[in-house]
Design a protein around this ligand. Structure first.
Ligand code: ARE
Ligand code: CA
Length: 424
């Protein structure tokens, strides 16, 4: 989140302090507004669009007061956030929250989930015109700075109609078109709130995919079922999918038995498959190493985040994992873009191997053992193709009937992919 937040010292500067807003000034642990704008502009100039994580369900947690990351004073217990400003009357009052202590404690009751306090965080009342306007002003300011869209944090804890009203007050992008919205709704068939309530508002996070892909990598026989509509998973046109996120990779927010960068080989297969397959809008995670689940990013003496340095071999230094630079992840983005809009054909899944083509545009194969040697029908036009994951160090020849000799060997990554129109 780019806006001003509390500065937590107990524990010392955890990552999650950024999820407790103090104001909508763009001054966070990540830097000042000028620094943020500079980053967004430099990204935009090279075709990278920035989506911000927007925390608008709540402000800081009860018991917190003092100065925020931008120096603005606040007092949560008095519901006083002069930097916006928000006052007591802008928060959900106890009479709207059916919970003995004001905190969310019954995921079976939408009033409890949406009008009570999420882990003690002061809960804004988005049914009020004033509150909607302040949030939309924040969004519009982000758009003025060059941002292209928003993750709606804790969307599950806001009424869909209120989110719609805020979206309607949010302007178009200067380059035209609506900002991109995706809604963080953890629906694992474990409560009253369903992702389907939010699909009219944009993409919705599909946390069941995290479980499905982990099962699929542990047992390739399960991979054909990673999209399971029978389990309530949302359709491809609305599903926002990922292998892990900043919460569940460290046991927060519906964590579980998931695959993360801590198991690099499985993780590469999981993300490569996700990018190759035709389900949903995909997000690639990029992390820092951590031992404890509270630990913030690699930091300097003043707790500002350390720069991401790039080593000679292309990996990252200073404690950053940079999964996005791993070949079976980063190089698969070209694959996903090239095959957009096509279906899955020539599906083959045996002996802990999986392979398939996407339309007549791309072919993907992955072998759990790291070894595969067979001739397969690729469905692609004849020709010599560059293998993407090896940076073209491997070449693959498709013959006149669309067949190719596919080799995966233990010395390299367990994944291969090639596309029509790719690098040569
Ligand atoms: C911290 C402390 C708390 C303290 C609080 C207030 O950990 O002990 O009470 O501060 O002072 C993140 C961290 C939290 C942190 C919070 C604020 O994860 O630990 O609290 O920042 O600093 C639910 C929500 C979902 C939410 C997850 C975490 O539905 O929206 O909980 N995820 C987002 C972000 C988080 C962030 C917040 C929301 C808050 O991605 O990073 O919290 O802005 C089932 C339910 C889910 C539920 C899940 C976990 O799966 O179905 O709905 O997720 O359990 O409870
Ligand atoms: Ca709420």
């Amino acid at each position: 989140p780019p806006n001003e937040h509390v500065v937590v010292t107990q524990p010392m500067r955890p990552w999650w302090e950024r999820y407790q807003p103090v104001s909508y000034k763009l001054h966070s642990r990540g830097g000042t507004e000028a620094e943020f704008k500079d980053m967004v502009t430099r990204c935009k100039n090279v075709g990278v669009r920035v989506y911000v994580d927007s925390v608008v369900n709540h402000m800081a947690g009860l018991g917190r007061q003092g100065s925020g990351s931008g120096g603005t004073s606040f007092n949560s217990d008095n519901f006083d956030f002069p930097g916006v400003p928000f006052r007591r009357e802008h928060f959900n009052s106890r009479d709207k929250c059916p919970s003995h202590d004001g905190n969310i404690n019954n995921y079976g009751d939408p009033n409890n989930v949406r009008n009570c306090f999420l882990v003690g965080l002061t809960d804004l009342d988005q049914s009020q015109e004033y509150v909607r306007t302040k949030i939309a002003e924040f969004y519009n300011h982000c758009i003025d700075v060059g941002v292209a869209g928003f993750r709606i944090d804790a969307a599950k804890h806001m009424w869909p109609g209120d989110i719609k009203a805020i979206q309607d007050k949010t302007k178009d992008l200067p380059e035209g078109g609506r900002p991109f919205f995706y809604h963080e709704v953890i629906d694992q068939n474990d409560g009253a709130i369903k992702v389907g309530e939010y699909t009219p508002l944009g993409y919705v996070t599909e946390f069941r995919y995290c479980q499905k892909i982990a099962e699929g990598i542990r047992n390739f026989g399960m991979l054909h079922g990673v999209y399971d509509p029978g389990w309530g998973m949302t359709d491809s046109a609305h599903a926002f999918v990922f292998v892990d996120n900043h919460d569940n990779q460290r046991g927060h927010g519906g964590g579980g038995n998931l695959i993360t960068h801590k198991h690099p080989r499985d993780y590469k297969m999981a993300v490569a498959f996700t990018l190759a397959y035709n389900y949903g809008f995909t997000r690639v995670m990029s992390s820092y190493y951590f031992q404890s689940s509270d630990q913030g990013p690699p930091h300097n003496g003043d707790y500002s985040a350390k720069d991401v340095t790039i080593n000679a071999d292309g990996s990252c230094g200073n404690g950053w994992v940079c999964e996005h630079r791993w070949n079976p992840i980063g190089n698969m983005v070209a694959f996903r873009n090239a095959v957009a809009g096509t279906g899955v054909d020539n599906w083959r899944n045996e002996n802990e191997e999986v392979s398939f083509s996407r339309g007549q545009k791309g072919f993907f194969a992955m072998a759990k053992s790291g070894h595969m040697d067979r001739t397969l029908h690729t469905g692609l036009p004849a020709g010599e193709y560059c293998e993407l994951v090896s940076d073209c160090k491997k070449k693959i020849t498709v013959d006149g009937s669309g067949n190719a000799h596919i080799v995966i060997d233990n010395s390299a990554e367990p994944v291969i992919a090639f596309i029509v129109g790719g690098p040569t």
